[in-house]
Design a protein around this ligand. Structure first.
Ligand code: UD1
Length: 421
C-alpha cells in the first residue's frame, strides 16, 4: 500500500490549480442516467471515486468515453441494461447510492444496496427514501437492498426535509426532473454542489428554480436531452490548500478557487491571522512567520463552516496560540484524526462531538494512519508544519478525493513524496 512521506518546515510558494469538485462530479455523472442523449462533462477530477462511479454507470448501460488523465468525459445512457447496484459497489463509495433516483425516474424501478455506515458515522438514507415515497414510489428493504418501484412514473410532491441533507436534496432533485407535475423541496441544502447539479440538469432541459436557496421547485419534464456542463471548482480542495498554506507559511495563489464558496473558512483564517486576498480568478493566501491565534469552529450546512474542512482546520489549530474548541454538528464520529494528530505532539481532548485543541509550540513528524479522506489530508497538513518526517499510511483515502496532491504541493516547494508498496 502506498504511503506519503513529508519532511516538514518548507513554506509553500506558488500557484495551486483547483480541480473540479468530486462531490459535484459524482452527482452530475448520475444525471447521465436520466437521458438517452450524451452528457459532456468538463473539468472532471481524475480520482479513484469518479473513476469508480464511471465503472458503476458502465455496468448499468452508460457508455463512458473518458480517457485516462483527461478532464472531459462523455457519458451516454442510450439504453439502461441493468437497474441493480450491488452491495460490493455501494459499500465502497456511498455516492453510488445516488443512481437509485435517476433509475427510478427513467425506467420505473431499481434495486440498490443500502450503503451502510462508514468511518465518520451511521449516515442513514431515510430522507432519500421518504422523498421517493412522497413521489409515489413503493420502497421495500430486503436483505440490505432497497427495492424501489414507480411503474407508472414518479409524481411531483411537496417535501419538507426535517433537517438539511445534501445527499437527499440532490437525490430528490435528480428524480423530480422526470416526475409528473411540480416537486417542491423545502429546507433544502444550499451547497454550491446543489447549484451545480441544478445547472447541469437545467442545461439538459430540466425546469429547476431556487437551487442554492431553501426552497427548490422542480417542474417535471417528459425527457432530458444532450448537454455540456463544466463541473464547479472543488471548494473543499481549495479550502484544504488554503489551510495547508496557512500551516506551512508562504504565499500561495489558489487558481480557480471561489471565495464565496469558502467564505466561512476564509473568515476563520483571517481571524487566526492569515492574510486572505480574493483576486481575479482565485484566492491568495499568505502567512508570514509567527504563531496564529486560536479560533473556534462549529460545523454547519452551507454557508456555515463545512464538516469536510474540520479535520484540516484542526491540524492548523494544533500549532495556534491558545485553545480552540471544535463542535462537529454533522457527523457523530468525525474526530478520528485527533489521536493521529496527537502522535505528532498535538494536544487534543475529545468529548462527544466537541474537541478542545490546546496549541503547542511545535509538532514532531511520526508515522500516522489515515482513517478517511478528509482526516488523511489533515495529517498531510500537520506533516507540512511538523519538524522531521511524517509518513501517512493508507494513502488510498487521499487518492479518492485529491487529484495529484503530491504534485500540487511539491510544485509549491513542499518536500513530499509517494512511496510505493
Ligand atoms: C455530508 C455533508 C457534505 C459533505 C459530505 C461528505 C453537510 C450538511 N453535508 O453530505 O457537505 O460533502 O457529507 O463528507 O455538511 N442524514 C440522515 N438521513 C438521511 C440523510 C442524511 O439522517 O437520509 C443525516 C446524516 O447522517 C448527517 C446529516 O443528515 O448527520 C447530513 O447529511 P447529508 O448532508 O445528507 O450528508 P451527505 O450528503 O453525505
Amino acid at each position: 500500500m502506498d504511503r506519503i512521506a513529508i519532511v516538514g518546515g518548507a513554506p509553500l510558494n506558488g500557484v495551486i490549480p483547483i480541480s473540479g469538485a468530486k462531490n459535484s462530479a459524482l452527482k452530475v455523472m448520475a444525471a447521465a442516467l436520466l437521458s438517452d442523449q450524451p452528457l459532456i462533462l468538463e473539468n472532471m477530477p481524475n480520482l479513484a471515486d469518479t473513476r469508480f462511479m464511471a465503472d458503476l454507470l458502465s455496468s448499468l448501460g452508460v457508455s463512458v468515453d473518458w480517457p485516462a488523465g483527461d478532464s472531459t468525459a462523455t457519458l451516454r445512457a442510450r439504453e439502461i441494461v441493468s437497474t441493480i447496484a450491488p452491495y460490493d459497489l455501494v459499500r465502497k463509495m456511498r455516492a453510488t447510492f445516488n443512481v437509485l433516483g435517476p433509475l427510478l425516474a427513467r425506467v420505473g424501478h431499481a434495486t440498490v444496496s443500502l450503503p451502510g455506515g462508514c468511518a465518520i458515522g451511521a449516515r442513514p438514507v431515510d430522507l432519500h427514501l421518504k422523498a421517493f415515497e412522497a413521489m409515489g414510489a413503493d420502497i421495500h428493504i430486503d436483505s440490505g437492498y432497497v427495492k424501489a418501484a414507480a411503474l407508472r412514473g414518479l409524481k411531483g410532491a411537496d417535501i419538507t426535509f426535517p433537517f438539511v441533507s445534501v445527499g437527499a436534496t440532490e437525490h430528490a432533485m435528480l428524480a423530480a426532473t422526470l416526475a409528473k407535475g411540480r416537486t417542491v423541496l423545502r429546507n433544502a441544502a444550499r451547497e454550491p454542489e446543489i447549484v451545480d447539479l441544478a445547472d447541469c440538469l437545467n442545461a439538459m432541459g430540466a425546469q429547476i428554480a431556487g437551487a442554492g436557496e431553501e426552497v427548490i421547485e422542480i417542474d417535471g419534464v417528459e425527457s432530458l436531452s444532450s448537454a455540456r456542463h463544466r463541473v464547479v471548482g472543488d471548494r473543499i480542495e481549495a479550502g484544504t490548500y488554503a489551510i495547508a498554506a496557512a500551516a506551512a507559511g508562504g504565499d500561495v495563489f489558489l487558481k480557480g478557487a471561489q471565495a464565496a464558496h469558502i467564505a466561512a473558512l476564509l473568515q476563520k483564517l483571517e481571524q487566526a491571522g492569515v492574510d486572505v486576498r480574493p483576486q481575479g480568478g482565485g484566492v491568495r493566501i499568505a502567512r508570514a512567520n509567527g504563531r496564529l491565534r486560536a479560533v473556534d469552529v462549529n460545523t454547519e450546512p452551507f454557508p456555515g463552516f463545512p464538516t469536510d474542512l474540520q479535520a484540516q482546520f484542526m491540524a492548523l489549530m494544533t500549532l495556534a496560540d491558545g485553545v480552540s474548541t471544535f463542535k462537529e454538528n454533522i457527523f457523530e464520529n468525525r474526530f478520528m484524526h485527533a489521536p493521529e494528530l496527537s502522535r505528532l505532539g498535538a494536544s487534543i481532548a475529545v468529548h462527544g462531538n466537541e474537541a478542545q485543541v490546546t496549541g503547542v509550540e511545535r509538532l514532531l513528524g511520526a508515522p500516522v494512519m489515515a482513517t478517511d479522506l478528509r482526516a488523511s489530508v489533515s495529517l498531510v497538513i500537520a506533516g507540512l508544519a511538523a519538524e522531521g518526517e511524517t509518513e501517512v499510511n493508507r494513502v488510498y483515502h487521499l487518492d479518492r478525493g485529491f487529484e495529484r496532491l503530491e504534485r500540487k504541493l511539491g510544485d509549491c516547494g513542499a518536500r513530499i513524496e509517494r512511496r510505493q508498496g
